[in-house]
Design a protein around this ligand. Structure first.
Ligand code: C5P
Length: 232
């Protein structure tokens, strides 16, 4: 799998998103991530519109429900022709297998399917005290990644700092998609476990997901090119 930079298009509306994408020169079609806010505001039409402009799309809806519901929802997302979708690994191996089944088209093709292990906003303390999961957070991440692999998924979303341990447990071919990227000379915003595009490459990320360092930059196209240069 070729490394790539995915821009998190965390905008509230179609207009703001297209205005942002219009800044890129005609030949530059970045891989974009559409999350819940934009999808719930604009519906599937925003996915079709961005896709028709020639972008690859990671639809970040983090499905987590009973297997039958997830399977049917995945069938709908597969027909939208996105390139990558995700589920919560906490939904169990059975749910992840159902997701994969729903996603696979009649001709055998399908978008990449990746699992969220533990959200980077979940602390070990909250996991142990509120969710009564007694293991360490790193052991949970590795176990959830192994479950995702067993279910036949392509990889996981994790912190770039966790990509090495996931690769070690699940193999080099198991994809790591990593948010939490900042340039060396920038602030952290609300992210905690962060690293630079260059370091993410060294640790073994396949895809970095970059939001504000690109979307809020004075020159987003230059910031995107800088990410590509460091990472790809
Ligand atoms: O602006 P920033 O680069 O922090 O954006 C990162 C993107 O990745 C956001 O869309 C955020 O929701 C997403 N994300 C994350 N951590 C996760 C999963 C997704 O930051 N564990």
């Amino acid at each position: 799998m070729n490394r790539d930079v995915i821009i998190a298009c965390d905008f509230a509306s179609r207009e703001a998103t297209l205005e942002f994408l219009d800044r890129f020169p005609a030949g530059r079609k970045p891989f974009v991530k559409i999350g819940m806010e934009l999808f719930y505001a604009e519906g599937p039409s925003i996915v079709r519109e961005i896709k028709s402009r020639g972008h690859k799309i990671f639809l970040d809806l983090k499905l987590h429900d009973i297997p039958n519901t997830v399977k049917k929802a995945m069938r709908v997302l597969s027909a939208l022709d996105v390139d990558m979708v995700n589920v919560h690994a906490a939904g169990t191996i059975g749910m992840m297998k159902a997701a994969l089944e729903g996603l696979t088209r009649e001709d055998g093709s399908r978008p990449l399917l990746i699992a969220v292990t533990q959200l980077t906003s979940t602390s070990q303390e909250a996991m142990q005290n509120e969710l009564l999961i007694g293991a360490t957070i790193n052991d949970t991440i590795v176990k959830y990644a192994q479950n995702a692999r067993e279910a036949g998924l392509d990889g996981v979303v994790c912190s770039p700092l966790e990509a090495g341990m996931v690769k070690k447990a699940c193999g080099e071919g198991f994809l790591t998609v990593t948010p939490g990227i900042r340039f060396a000379d920038a602030g952290k915003d609300d992210q905690v476990r962060i690293t630079t595009p260059a370091r993410a490459r060294e640790i073994g990320s396949d895809f970095i997901v970059v939001g504000r360092p690109i979307t809020a930059a004075p020159d987003p196209v230059a910031a995107y090119e800088k990410c590509l240069k460091e990472f790809v």
